[in-house]
Design a protein around this ligand. Structure first.
Ligand code: HAM
Length: 416
């Protein structure tokens, strides 16, 4: 029978890579705890409308990448392609605006996008992200951005580039979009079919086009930075100033538009030169209208999400901490009960212990102990059981010592 393979764009994660994931997840909880962020876990699927309204009908994510299906009752549901809309929904639905303070969340979990798989890009991928619901003080933007860069630095990922832009607000963006549309219309014959479609729908998306010719043409289009209203301009200047207090270097990218439509004012991305084509490690920005648009209070928000597969690619050099594994071997099945009880005691003391239940000859058990990289094999044979002791074989040096059970714990404390 032919073997069944994992679905395209999905992957299994296991040792040794899983150690990098565990390290990363621990680091997220530890780091963001220091800023009073609380973990939030939202469902993996939501009503499709949440994403079409939240992310925007005109985005690639909503138009092309969502896993949408009908459940048996005919409801349209979608596997979450991102988590900002879900966190906002959860906060509104559970009235967290009243219940929790400060309103700062982090999340870790799988997202789903029908994207073209390649290295660093999957159909089921994992994000860790943060969302802060507060006023729109520019120092909040700077703190969130600082935390992203500082967190990466703490992981040892220092060769990164922070790109920054302001994408304006509903006061200034419509006038800018008009100017942009005119410029795009004038060059429409030279743009790709996809970009031509974007002119009416959302011309900002033209800046995302990866086609060389379109990127060249878009380089001459007007940029939002020259069309910001005074409020957005001042906000952006204050964000940059606060970033300089925090010693965070950044590159202004006036064509950074992000792929989701809820952004207002600050938008940012962190890229890594080590990743090839899929070089965005994380991206985010401010979304001052999303909470109200999804039925919540008039409250501003800001956040980012990082692709965990991409972070892990940077962390694979991390040596997993190697606990000293103990292997309990028995010379005869008669001593299995002793072996099981010994293992229980040792595990309760915190040692990782493997018991071999096959009780084949000791030579085979030593071989197996080597295969699982045990540091010590604890042998129970007639003599040991009679004397209330165990023989401990150091698998690296092959030295063996007989230790009374009452002294074993102290001995292991010294030697593991
Ligand atoms: P995003 O830019 O769509 O933003 O995704 C954030 C990060 O997720 C990307 O920078 C990338 O590292 C990773 N990512 C996206 N798609 C894939 C994929 N197919 N395979 C692997 N990694 C991927 C958001 O999702 C926003 N919700 C971020 C945000 C939070 N904005 C405000 N708050």
């Amino acid at each position: 029978m032919s073997a069944i393979q994992a679905a395209k764009g999905t992957r299994d994660i296991f040792a040794p890579e899983i150690h990098a994931w565990q390290h990363l997840e621990g680091a997220i909880r530890d780091y963001y705890g220091r800023y009073l962020y609380q973990e939030i876990r939202t469902p993996l699927f939501e009503h499709s409308e949440l994403f079409s309204r939240g992310i925007g009908d005109q985005t690639e994510v909503v138009q092309k990448e969502m896993y949408t299906f009908r459940d048996k009752a005919g409801r349209s549901l979608t596997l979450r392609p991102e988590n900002t809309a879900s966190v906002v929904r959860a906060a509104i639905e559970n009235n967290l605006f009243e219940a929790l303070a400060p309103l700062r969340f982090f999340y870790i979990g799988p997202m789903f996008r029908y994207d073209k798989p390649q290295k660093g890009r999957y159909r089921q991928f994992h994000q860790f992200g943060v969302e802060v619901f507060a006023d729109d003080a520019p120092q909040v933007d700077a703190e969130v951005i600082f935390s992203a860069v500082d967190f990466l630095r703490g992981l040892g990922i220092a060769q990164v580039q922070l790109e920054l832009n302001s994408v304006g607000c509903p006061n200034c963006r419509p006038a800018y979009l008009k100017v942009l549309r005119q410029a795009a219309q004038a060059r429409s014959a030279d743009l790709c079919e996809d970009c031509r479609r974007k002119i009416d729908g959302n011309p900002l998306r033209i800046f995302d086009c990866k086609q060389h010719a379109c990127a060249g043409i878009a380089a001459a289009f007007p940029v939002i930075g020259d069309h910001l209203c005074p409020e957005c301009r001042e906000h952006f200047a204050a964000v940059r100033e606060a970033l300089s207090w925090m010693n965070v270097p950044f590159l202004l990218n006036p064509r950074l538009v992000r792929g989701l439509d809820y952004y207002t004012k600050t938008a940012f991305e962190v890229t890594s030169g080590q990743l090839g084509a899929q070089n965005a490690l994380l991206g985010g920005g401010r979304y001052n209208d999303l909470i109200r648009e999804l039925g919540g209070p008039d409250m501003a928000g800001i956040g980012f999400a990082a692709g965990m597969e991409r972070l892990v690619l940077h962390l694979e050099h991390l040596a997993a901490p190697k606990p000293k594994v103990l292997f309990v071997a028995t010379a005869d099945p008669r001593w299995l009960a002793h072996a099981v009880q010994l293992a229980q005691v040792l595990r309760s003391e915190g040692h990782p212990v493997y018991v071999d239940y096959q009780s084949k000859n000791l030579k085979k058990q030593f071989k197996k102990a080597d295969r699982i990289a045990a540091a010590f094999t604890l042998v129970l044979a007639e003599d040991e059981v009679r004397d209330g002791a165990v023989s401990v074989k150091n698998m690296a040096t092959q030295e063996q010592v007989k230790i009374p059970l009452k002294d074993l714990n102290a001995w292991l404390k010294q030697n593991t």
